[in-house]
Design a protein around this ligand. Structure first.
Ligand code: NOJ
Ligand code: CA
Length: 556
């Protein structure tokens, strides 16, 4: 990986945009977003300036986990369109300078995949060994007490076979046995089939789980993970101009470079989740979130900036389809919604790494409010509610957790306009549209030259056009400050100073020496500033970036 020179991989100057196809744009009135709908909205993305789309799964799927359960890796789910639509999407996006990065879900497939059907029908079929089978435990129950992420045991009995198969997620998502070289070869072949169609790379779903050893209760970052990733690189990525980003909930600053160090030949970058899990309850996890605490948040993000300072590359994000809306989680989705949406964007987009925008984030979409379990669509919320109810938990308590951290928050449809259903569909949407679409929508935001979209467009342009944004060295400042996030980026004798008040109160901020700068205003959500020095009075959620001479660091 090159440093500050011009000749850098394209994804180091690009911003990604995640599309959750089911909820982006419906084109045929069946209430489900689809690929023709995405094509119809590509100009929105082109205007934002994003360099690639991470497309959540559109493969054939029974939709037990909204497409993260794939029954045919080489077919498009009819609800989303056809392979021709997909090819058209690749071409139409490409014409706008946007690459399509697909979601690669290969820790598991669907129990409706041909492989699993054959595996169950005939234990001597080669496909039987694509999955992880064990005999019942001594008491006739599951072989181990491993639990599934969505609730219930991680083992399901197939009565005809008298054996259990392993699934870390739903029973409809049997884990693939990566120990089997034939399975690995089949996956590599499928990956090449997609890459040859012209896609820009892969986001690799829970990829840190593929090296697991269930008998030893080792699931994440198992002993064979890195050999498998290196083999995958050789088989599919070597010599191609792709982007690969792994979803790795268990990665630490100590293990990150094993995936994305420059001499590793595995992945380009990984999503780490420290700034997310820092706010999960130590026992009750995401369903009982801890209050936002800025020093904790900064510590996590800054630690990762430091860890990948000289090698590796950060994937920067606050939102995705599994997380609450960022303005609700880390900002203020009431009075300061627009300003805090811009403040959070500023804080993330001027760090070193590749930022990912989740659909709707660019207009400051908020969490929704569930009042009835019938409104849940997500298998995780449904499964955990069943367990909570069995334990005698009150619905009200459960709803508090789901409203804070449930995945359906991110999955309510994209709000395009104040039309019925936010312009997402002319039919009945598969999940309720957030009632605030009348006020919060793309058309309304775009009509405002100071809207959230305009702010994102500018930040995305800065990464493309300014080397200090893409490659400047990161320097942390005011780390313990309870209200302000501040850092500098330095490159070739220039300094970019970023100051963000992440609170709804005004604050007076004493600028530390190493953050001082005078020069050009690159970004501001209140009024442009050209000087960072002395004591600054910051408005609620004020965020700005100023660039000028300064900074000792050489090329990053
Ligand atoms: C992570 C995905 O982001 C999530 O949506 C899914 O439920 C699990 N992996 C299982 O594939
Ligand atoms: Ca549709």
């Amino acid at each position: 990986m090159t440093g500050a020179g011009q000749d850098v991989p394209w994804w180091q100057k690009a911003v990604g945009y995640q599309i959750y196809p089911r909820s982006f744009q419906d084109s045929n009135g069946d209430g489900i977003g689809d690929i023709p709908g995405i094509i119809a909205r590509l100009d929105h993305l082109a205007d934002l300036g994003v360099g690639f789309v991470w497309l959540s799964p559109v493969y054939a799927s029974p939709q037990v986990d909204m497409g993260y359960d794939i029954s045919d890796y080489r077919a498009i789910d009819p609800a989303y369109g056809t392979l021709d639509d997909m090819d058209r999407l690749i071409v139409e996006a490409g014409a706008r300078g946007i690459r399509i990065v697909m979601d690669l879900v290969v820790n598991h497939c669907s129990d409706r995949h041909d492989w699993f059907l054959k595996a169950v029908a005939d234990p001597s079929a080669p496909e039987h060994d694509y999955f992880i089978w064990r005999d019942p435990g001594p008491d006739g129950g599951p072989p181990t007490d491993a639990r599934s992420v969505f609730g219930g045991p991680a083992w399901t009995l197939v009565p005809e076979l008298g054996r259990y198969y392993f699934h870390q997620f739903a029973p409809g998502q049997p884990d693939l046995d990566w120990q089997n070289p034939d399975l690995r070869a089949a996956i590599h072949e499928m990956m090449n089939w997609w890459l040859d169609r012209g896609i820009g790379g892969f986001r690799l779903d829970v990829i840190d789980l593929i090296g697991k050893d269930p008998d030893a209760s080792v699931f994440a970052e198992g002993p064979d993970l890195h050999p498998f990733l290196r083999e995958m690189h050789d088989a599919a990525f070597r010599g191609r101009d792709t982007l690969t980003v792994g979803e790795t909930w268990s990665v630490t600053p100590e293990t990150a470079l094993l995936y994305c160090g420059r001499d590793r030949d595995e992945l380009d970058m990984v999503f780490q989740f420290e700034h997310v899990t820092a706010f999960h309850h130590p026992e009750r996890g995401k369903w009982d979130p801890l209050p936002f605490d800025l020093p904790v948040f900064k510590r996590a993000l800054f630690l990762w900036q430091e860890a990948l300072r000289d090698d590796g590359w950060n994937a920067l994000f606050l939102s995705n389809h599994d997380l609450p809306r960022q303005v609700s989680r880390y900002g203020d989705d009431g009075e300061w919604r627009v300003r805090s949406a811009k403040a959070l964007a500023t804080a993330i987009h001027l760090l070193r790494g590749t930022p990912f925008v989740y659909q709707g984030e660019e207009i400051g979409m908020t969490n929704t409010r569930f009042t009835d379990p019938d409104e849940f669509r997500d298998i995780e919320a449904i499964g955990h509610w069943a367990e909570a109810r069995a334990r005698g938990e009150e619905l009200e308590d459960f709803l508090t957790g789901v409203n804070a951290n449930g995945r359906d928050n991110a999955r309510t449809p994209m709000q395009w306009s104040d039309a019925p259903n936010g312009g997402f569909t002319t039919g009945r949407p598969w999940i309720g549209v957030n009632p605030n679409h009348a006020e919060i929508n793309v058309a309304a935001d775009r009509a405002d030259p100071d809207g959230v979209v305009a702010h994102y467009r500018r930040l995305i342009g800065l990464r493309r056009d300014r080397r200090i944004v893409s490659h400047g060295q990161f320097v942390a400042h005011a780390e313990g400050h309870p209200q302000v996030m501040a850092y500098a980026r330095e490159l070739d004798g220039e300094r970019l100073s970023v100051v963000v008040n992440l609170c709804a109160q005004p604050v007076s901020f004493r600028v530390p020496k190493g953050l001082e700068v005078e020069g050009e205003s690159l970004s501001a959500n209140v009024t442009p500033r050209t000087q960072v020095r002395g004591t600054l009075g910051l408005a609620p959620y004020e965020a700005f970036a100023v660039m000028g001479p300064g900074g000792e660091s050489g090329p990053g």
